[in-house]
Design a protein around this ligand. Sequence first.
Ligand SMILES: Cc1cc2nc3c(=O)[nH]c(=O)nc-3n(C[C@H](O)[C@H](O)[C@H](O)COP(=O)(O)OP(=O)(O)OC[C@H]3O[C@@H](n4cnc5c(N)ncnc54)[C@H](O)[C@@H]3O)c2cc1C
Length: 419
Amino acid sequence: MSDISVEDFAAEVEAWLADNAEPAKASTTDSEIVWGAGEFSVSVFHALEHEAEKELLETIKAWQQKKAEKGYHAITWPVEYGGLGLSKAHARAYSKLEKGYQVPDRHECHSVTVGLIAPTINAFGTEEMKNDLVAKFLSCEALCCQLFSEPGAGTDLANLGCKADLDGDEWVLNGQKVWSSAAQFSEWGELIARSDPDAPKHKGMTAFMVPMDLPGIEVRPIKQMSGGQSFNEVFFSDVRIPDSLRLGPVGEGWKVALTTLGFERDHSETGATSAKAGGSWRQLLATAQAVGVTDDPHIRQRLMEVYIHTRVEAMTMRRAADLAKGGTPGPEGSLGKLMWTEGMTLMSDVVSEVLGPRLIADTGEWGTYEWHEHVLGAPGYRIAGGSDEVQRNIVGERVLGLPGEPRVDKGIAWKDVPR
Ligand SMILES: Cc1cc2nc3c(=O)[nH]c(=O)nc-3n(C[C@H](O)[C@H](O)[C@H](O)COP(=O)(O)OP(=O)(O)OC[C@H]3O[C@@H](n4cnc5c(N)ncnc54)[C@H](O)[C@@H]3O)c2cc1C
């Protein structure tokens, strides 16, 4: 399979998709929007009740497992993990063709499991852990969440205080995590915990893979402003896990966390799939045409700004995917994440000007009020995975080589840092 040309591969994929999925309805394809026909979705996060969200995840898992029968779920991954060992160009060809079919809606839990945690385990896991978990996560047989942020540790993640104490050959976990996306639907969590409070904050952390059904774990969903309950508080009370679930060496949790965050910030074409969240340029244009504002010179200017941003972003992502040497992503990922979140913010601003009051009062007019879900959801990704300000700091310090921010806690034991 590894020497198949992109053209031959695309022909095989086309035949398989035709046998296994229904062609996309015109209104749902980005290239052809039929105003008023079918569903109009521009949401960034799902605003679903618990059972409906669970059902959506089941359909995503089923589709991923169907794809896994052919290796289409992990095209660039090695054969030993159920993949095909093919190039990014093959993966791009698949994604392009799949857009022409009705497949389950995206969900961040899928992106986190497949795009963030499976590659982190591949980078840091023992052979046993890789054999147990990587293929399972790639096929979404089990779903995963990220247990990083805490009430006092978001941007300053290295300040986290959830404790991991070694007791014989087991670790005992105590503390709280917050904003843990899809923890209520996940079988596993990647946890970063404080294993040595006497070490400076970046050095005393260790990463673990934690089964979410263990006694002592409590998950409490949080209602968000866009309507759904995507994320949660997670409490750990004397949760015991074997040392075999440690991910990477003791004290190297910061390195593991940065690797996962690197994958999260990678918005190249083959990077995080959450990049597909939210409305598209064509949906925006169709909306402006439907409400009759495309003759307004100011709106025309604003629409062009979105179009230009969309094109430049797509070209940059394409270039990033072609240039990527593989392995774990570096600080360049911050540029992609910034372009993506700035594009979503710009789209929110422009659609607000296009729609005016239709954005906040549901007139029943198809394809208008739906945009409020985009406007209320877009700010979330400006914060998730490291805020825009933090991405700029990373670009400044690690890409441009500017002086670092002052660090008053450098070299001080975590337990002695004033907080
Ligand atoms: C939709 C969503 C999903 C998420 N999912 C997860 C998840 O699954 N798992 C998980 O662990 N976490 C998750 N998070 C949490 C996310 O990682 C944190 O919210 C983020 O790191 C910011 O931390 P904070 O909320 O504590 O804000 P703070 O760190 O308190 O920051 C507040 C503000 O101050 C600014 N700021 C802080 N420090 C600096 C600085 N040094 N320079 C410039 N500006 C600064 C920030 O940019 C921000 O605007 C999610 C968040 C969102 C919004």
